[in-house]
Design a protein around this ligand. Sequence first.
Ligand code: FCB
Length: 443
Amino acid sequence: MNITNQFPMPFTWGVATSAFQIEGASSTDGKGPSIWDTFCSQPGNIKDHSDGTVACDHYHRYREDVGLIAALGVDAYRFSIAWPRVQPDGKGAWNEAGFDFYDRLLTELAARGVKAHVTLYHWDLPQALQDDGGWLNRDTCHRFADYAREVARRFGNRVEAIATHNEPWCSANLGYGNAQFAPGVADPRQAIQVSHHLLLSHGLAMSAMRAQDPGARLGIVLNQWTADPATDSDADRAMAELEYARSVQWFMDPIFKGHYPALALRAHGADAPVIQAGDMEVICQPIDFLGCNYYFRSWCSAATPPVPPPARDGVTDMGWEIYPQGLRELLLKLKGEYDLPPIYITENGMASADLVQDERVADARRIAYVQAHLAALLDAMQQGVDVQGYFLWSLLDNFEWNSGYAKRFGIIHVDYATQRRTLKDSAIWYRNFINQRAGREAA
Ligand code: FCB
């Protein structure tokens, strides 16, 4: 089925990556260590004991990679800037060699006619700031605003969009709540305070960038899901409602309504964050776009053992339920609850155990996954949700955080021993899909 032309024109088709997951060159040209460098060096944190020292070596191969991006025919590329590459200590001196890398990358993208969607923080905090308390220290919010201002000053007029944070829910809850991610703290109370600081830093960065470059398109990227009760029981429904409040509304309400959701605040009790006068006003300011990352829904069962979700479309290599209709449900729910700016689906995709055989990677399940999610997305758009773009996660197989290199999300396969890139069937499908757009037949 060709649904390409049912999407409005213009619609931004893209692919996404993040700095730590692909760049490598973790101490090259003056880059400082990030909390992920540290976290990887601590035994037991990464399942395959790997790290980001080389990753996809994108730092050295960016030209080849932009060539691949351009050959896909996408409109845009979403990537992140490694803060410790451009400011090794997270405060003080800028590292010109680090900025030069992003300057070269932007030049290359522009030469190929690919728009840049930049994320400022995709989890790689400068370790020096962690040594001062990281996101638990309110001062980090001001350091982040300084960094954001500098990026806007240098690159504001060369990029299509700038997102402050990627998935602050993960930074707070996986970084500070259960120690699955850097910096590896397991203290739910700290996680809640950190989430407030991440939101505050978003607001401060928004103000700083707006003052610097009033024309820049600014927003934030959140990971979002619907929370479905396993059964109709009061316990399951209450669990789902609370889960939705603690994850989606916890970040959306402050940004769009200027307060935390009452249900979640009550549940946090004495662990509720310390909020200073004026914080909520800083957080609640207009954003030009909302980035939504969608992978799965949250399934809520209060029973012991929990009632599993019905086996419908199966699970990915991450063990994540494949539930495309959740994307439609989520977007319609958000539209009902908030006065939304244009939305970009900034991440969507799946991991599978892909192998190169005879120069080919047959990943039919990924193609089906993307097709099903695009159909759900289109459905939501036809019901009035203003979505302006879709970014497939990911351009390349890459370092999948605490799973290391074992989980492959790319539409392009990476052989880590040789750094050889091989287009998977999904990349060829995506290229053909995008190029079926009206007027693009010749592409
Ligand atoms: C998201 C992250 C991204 C990637 C995908 C699979 O949570 O933003 O970096 O790891 O999951």
